[in-house]
Design a protein around this ligand. Structure first.
Ligand SMILES: C[S@@+](CC[C@H](N)C(=O)[O-])C[C@H]1O[C@@H](n2cnc3c(N)ncnc32)[C@H](O)[C@@H]1O
Length: 504
């Protein structure tokens, strides 16, 4: 390829070839022609960019942002990224933008500040509380929040208090005793208090945002990491000692397990300071609507009217086995979910873990029930006709037979992930107006030595459903290869991309 970009800081040339894959199947063990074909097709429009970086496609830039920092949602992207994409898409006040996977609500909240209407979905109750509280910024009565802070400061848990915050198996004994009592006490106190519903929700958000730091757990990749001072690890080590097994590493997730009251108060002060800034500056256009649908996009989007949206800015869960219901177990349980409800929620998320079951029969029944069987058949047969997807599934099966996949649930996950996403791509095409632009942030992945070019594969589905693909941005910083895959199969380019599609 001719094109080259220069690294701004080191002035080292970065050849575009470094971002392309020439061997999708390690040791050419499986067919790779279909993947090579899409790699060649989209290489032409691949743009290695400085405009977006690791910080802006992740939560990092939001950490210090007014409003967006109210919930530490590590899976979120930054307000900065949404602003850049809105500018690039030419979206104006009064337009409608969708985020099918709202998370903490970054797209919707940036849109609101710019007078742009937005609509979106998420199944996690954390998402619901994040969006509701942030969307209400102009409604809060600052004096009411000051009064709340005073009362929380004065809260004392009675010595004989027997309440304890609820647990499920995977969160059992997550907090020191003092915190588990206080967290229960403050929830009961909040429910009985005379504060407005808005302020009660705001307090809940502040509690939710404090839980991890007041616990023996830390969100660590695909699940919760546990501190060696927790009862769970102490008990496990006792059993290991009895059995003569090696002890779990003496890992501390943080130096100090924070006091829950102090942490919640810190959060309340932070939110109060932001609200004072926002309300004084009249920073925020409340004439824009935010429509949040607390449900699965798979079973709601097909009912939406067509030719309605001007833009889509989103980031779905990645195809990386990351389990939101495990990393956010503390928060889900605090918000009232029980053992079975957490398991059910795991299944309602887009298939992205090895535990995900196929949703295709349920999806078919759903389309039949809404009188859209023909649409289901069209979308499903189009997905089946994608040769790169077919090749990937064939390759993974072959890898499984060869013992190269450490979990055979990976195949079901990959098949479910792209099938479900492709249904969403097809529905987005239907609900977009002519001229609408769509941006998806996603990461490429590799399993058992097989590269899955998520950006190009998704774009090929989008094209099958009618979108044009004008540009695919890829970040200069690629995704790291897992040490296991590196050792066994060597290094490959794993792009972090933003695919841009357009409905003509
Ligand atoms: C990468 S996060 C989005 C983060 C968001 N861009 C932000 O800035 O906070 C993906 C979100 O998709 C949600 N999700 C997963 N499956 C879903 C489904 N079937 N319907 C709606 N939302 C879903 C997850 O709960 C998660 O919050």
């Amino acid at each position: 390829m001719e094109e080259q970009v220069y690294d701004r800081f080191s002035f080292i040339k970065i050849p575009v070839d470094d971002f392309l894959v020439d061997q999708f199947s390690a040791d050419s063990f499986c067919p790779e022609e279909a993947r090579k074909e899409i790699e060649k097709r989209y290489a032409e429009i691949l743009e290695i960019t400085d405009k977006f970086n690791r910080q802006s496609v992740s939560y990092q830039l939001n950490k210090k942002e007014v409003l967006h920092s109210w919930l530490k949602y590590k899976e979120g992207f930054s307000a900065n990224l949404v602003n850049l994409l809105l500018d690039e898409m030419g979206i104006k006040p009064g337009d409608w933008v969708m985020d099918p996977f709202m998370g903490s609500g970054t797209t919707a909240l940036v849109c609101q500040m710019r007078g742009i209407n937005s609509i979106g979905y998420d199944v996690l109750p954390i998402s619901s509380i994040s969006i509701k509280t942030k969307a209400a910024i102009q409604r809060y009565d600052i004096d009411e929040i000051r009064a709340l802070i005073k009362e929380v400061e004065a809260l004392r848990v009675p010595h004989d208090y027997s309440g304890c915050t609820p647990y499920i198996t995977i969160t059992r004994d997550a907090y020191p005793e003092k915190n588990e009592k206080f967290l229960h006490y403050i929830a009961a106190w909040r429910d009985k208090s005379g504060y407005s519903e808005d302020v009660k929700e705001l307090l809940t958000l502040c509690i939710i945002n404090s839980l991890e730091r007041c616990s023996y757990t830390a969100k660590a990749g695909q699940y919760l990491g546990w501190d060696c001072r927790s009862k769970k690890v102490i008990k496990a080590n006792r059993i290991r000692t009895e059995k003569g097994q090696k002890l779990l590493p003496a890992k501390q997730v943080r130096q100090v397990i924070l006091d829950s009251k102090e942490t919640i108060l810190e959060e309340l002060h932070h939110v109060l300071a932001d609200l004072e800034t926002i309300q004084n500056n009249k920073n925020g256009n409340q004439s824009a609507e935010i429509e949040f649908i607390p449900d699965s996009v798979l079973y709601k989007l097909p009912e939406m009217e067509e030719n309605f949206l001007t833009g889509v800015i989103t980031s779905p869960p990645y195809c990386n086995r990351y389990d939101y219901t495990r990393t956010y177990a503390l928060e889900l349980v605090y918000l009232g979910l029980g053992e079975q409800e957490v398991k059910d929620m795991r299944q309602s998320l887009l298939s992205c873990t090895v535990e995900s079951h196929s949703k295709i029969d349920e999806l078919k029944r759903y389309y039949e029930n809404i009188g859209q069987k023909a649409r289901f058949d069209y979308i499903y047969s189009t997905i089946k006709a994608n040769t790169a997807f077919e090749e990937i599934l064939f390759a993974l099966e072959k890898r499984k037979k060869n013992g190269d996949l450490n979990n055979s649930g990976v195949i079901r996950m990959v098949e479910g992930y792209f099938t479900e996403l492709a249904f969403i791509y097809a529905e987005l095409y239907r609900v977009c107006k002519s001229g609408a632009m769509v941006a998806f942030v996603n990461d490429n992945v590799r399993y058992g030595g097989e590269v899955i070019p998520v950006d190009f594969l998704s774009s090929s589905f989008a094209e099958q459903f009618g979108f044009k693909v004008p540009k695919i941005y890829t970040l200069k910083q690629q995704k790291g290869n897992s040490s296991q895959q590196m050792a066994k199969y060597g290094r490959v380019a794993l792009r972090k991309s933003i695919t841009i599609w357009m409905k003509e």
